[in-house]
Design a protein around this ligand. Structure first.
Ligand code: PMP
Length: 301
């Protein structure tokens, strides 16, 4: 963690940002969070889609019934102040989150006070981007939205991701894909996915049990710009095994391709769509894309 964090309304040394062991959020996982990347380019830091990350966090609070009064202006100000205080030397990641340190025994959202904190870490690759991922379909199912909101990016729901990811790692694979209760593949443990299948990009239905990723939303626009037809629907295991490319997208993961799923080879080399998307993403960060000014917030080093 970098030395300064945003805690209780101000920037403090990270060591001082401490909460009680009886905190509601620690006991019940009652948090929701975001993850924002800052890229180091030339003499600048370029922050990716901070408004969209703020907006998703705000919607998570709304879904869960948490109080969240922070305006986007205040959120942005906290982020700028953190960059100034931490003086990062390379690319980084912000973790904004909403939590409660109320010492209340009942698992509930009503009558609980929620607060915002943000910390920063240096972050290069979360998963290895230099090669294809070896994936498995996890035996852990993704919970349905009818059990826990899948759109809220809630702390407690990452027990599910942790189980799936651990299973993959324990068996010697890089990452796990999870199925929903209809046995359709919906995402990775912390990434969205789509496949190239007979010349079209297939995404799981938005209303399936997946988080609506901001990287995925960006990728959708890049696909459309490049004239690749996009479909939303059910993706079953057989489609995964026989697709031309399987891509994982996420703020941490960025854009990754699958080498194999359950030991069925998908592609040993990076495919053309993955290459095109990585180039598209770079052009956004290089401020050469028509949406760059809207999506990228620049901070001078
Ligand atoms: N699904 C899950 C479960 C995730 O944790 C993430 C990472 N936030 C994603 C998808 C990708 O979302 P984003 O592109 O907004 O990082």
């Amino acid at each position: 963690m970098l030395p300064y964090a945003y805690f209780e309304g101000r920037i403090v040394p990270s060591q001082e940002a401490k909460i009680s062991i009886a905190a509601h959020s620690l006991q019940y996982g009652t948090t929701c969070f975001g993850g924002i990347r800052g890229y180091a380019r030339d003499m600048e830091f370029r922050l990716f889609r901070i408004f969209d990350h703020y907006d998703r966090l705000k919607n998570a609070a709304k879904i869960l019934g948490m109080n969240f009064e922070m305006s986007f202006e205040d959120f942005k100000k906290a982020i700028f102040e953190l960059v100034e205080a931490n003086k990062p030397e390379s690319g980084f990641y912000f973790r904004p989150f909403i939590y409660s340190d109320d010492e209340v025994l009942t698992p509930k959202f009503m009558g609980i006070n929620f607060k915002v904190a943000i910390y920063m870490i240096p972050l290069a690759d979360y998963l290895d981007t230099s090669r294809g991922m070896r994936l498995i379909v996890s035996s852990w199912q993704k919970f349905p939205d009818s059990a826990i909101s899948t759109k809220a990016k809630a702390g407690g729901s990452y027990l599910n991701s942790s189980l799936a990811r651990t299973e993959a790692m324990r068996l010697g694979y890089d990452e796990a894909l999870v199925m929903d209760s209809n046995w359709n593949i919906v995402e990775g443990s912390a990434e969205n996915l789509f496949i190239m299948y007979r010349g079209e990009a297939y995404f799981p239905d938005l209303g399936s049990s997946m988080l609506e990723g901001i990287t995925m939303r960006t990728v959708l626009e890049l696909l459309k710009e490049n004239g690749i037809p996009v479909r939303f629907g059910r993706i079953d295991r057989s489609m995964i095994y026989t697709c031309d490319e399987l891509l994982l997208t996420g703020t941490g993961a960025q854009i990754l391709f699958a080498e194999s799923v359950d030991d069925r080879i998908i592609s040993q080399e990076m495919g053309p769509v993955c290459k095109m998307l990585r180039e598209g993403f770079e052009s956004i960060l290089d401020m050469k894309h028509p949406r760059s000014n809207e999506w990228v917030t620049v901070i001078n080093k």
